[in-house]
Ligand binder design. Sequence first.
Ligand SMILES: Cc1cc2nc3c(=O)[nH]c(=O)nc-3n(C[C@H](O)[C@H](O)[C@H](O)COP(=O)(O)OP(=O)(O)OC[C@H]3O[C@@H](n4cnc5c(N)ncnc54)[C@H](O)[C@@H]3O)c2cc1C
Length: 298
Amino acid sequence: MTAVPDALPKRVRLSTLTTLGVGGEAELWVAETTGELAAATRAPYRVLGAGSNLLVADAGVGERVIKLGRAYNDVRGFGAGHGSAHDVWLGAATPLPGLVRRAAEVGWSGLEGLLGVPAVLGGAVAMNAGTRFGEMSDTLREVEVFVAGGLERLPADALGLSYRHSSLPPGAVLTRVRLRLTPSSPERVRAQLARVDAARQGQPKSKSAGCAFKNPPGDSAGRLIDAAGLKGLRVGQAVVSPEHGNFIVNIGGATAADIVRLLELIRARVGTPLRAEWELWGFGPGTLKEVTCAALSS
Ligand SMILES: Cc1cc2nc3c(=O)[nH]c(=O)nc-3n(C[C@H](O)[C@H](O)[C@H](O)COP(=O)(O)OP(=O)(O)OC[C@H]3O[C@@H](n4cnc5c(N)ncnc54)[C@H](O)[C@@H]3O)c2cc1C
């Protein structure tokens, strides 16, 4: 049987491409070149990174879903041949976990706070991913984006990066990012990674999309959910993690509908307004479920 080249669009279940493991079908376009990005963006589209911050509807999404292919993954070459220059351009499909590991091996500091974030660089920049130990904006200097049919470079300052937020130009696909890392030593970088790792201990291992809600100013969504006695609350196969109140886990076969109902219950029972950290795909306006999701994203 002949393998289907990545460049050809194909129908896939997004549950297979998201860490929560839920979501219906979409047409997937894997782009390896600027030309393929140009072709893929000729109809309405969404951009998928590692799918680690997404809740996708059970009915899937109508738009094309574009994923950058291997040509945009530079984890292998990272750290080699850069000499003393610590400004590096990396493809937006480079996986963050591999990058954090490689940076530690060569003794470059700046990415330690991102240990444990299962993103690719494009998604990490789009979300300004991070922890209390550091975030993407600390090292990001410049990006290359495919927008309005061509490639453009933008300084990091132009992206409006703030807590789990960026303001990319509408429709922009991040293709490459320039990071500025600080020379250090493998020992020092590893010591900082150990601190970050210790702080992540106890994080749920089941399928999730990280924290469901943003922390309200001066408080923690996880603490509020815990204080409301909601750990362990379950709808179908979706559960508020007993280990971390802000993680909703799929214990096997959860649907997006289960998860949305659980989100509604949490919001109703926690006194403080909570805003979704996840991005919700495929929940258009019109039904109760969809209205709920729109409210969650606002
Ligand atoms: C176990 C676990 C732990 C987590 N811990 C953390 C944490 O500590 N801190 C944290 O901040 N987050 C955390 N997350 C959430 C998640 O990893 C981050 O939000 C991450 O930035 C999402 O990146 P992604 O590549 O998976 O993007 P996706 O989830 O695929 O997409 C997220 C957004 O980025 C956009 N996007 C992706 N790629 C591109 C691109 N090339 N161009 C333009 N837009 C793009 C998408 O369109 C979407 O809007 C965790 C998730 C899990 C599952």
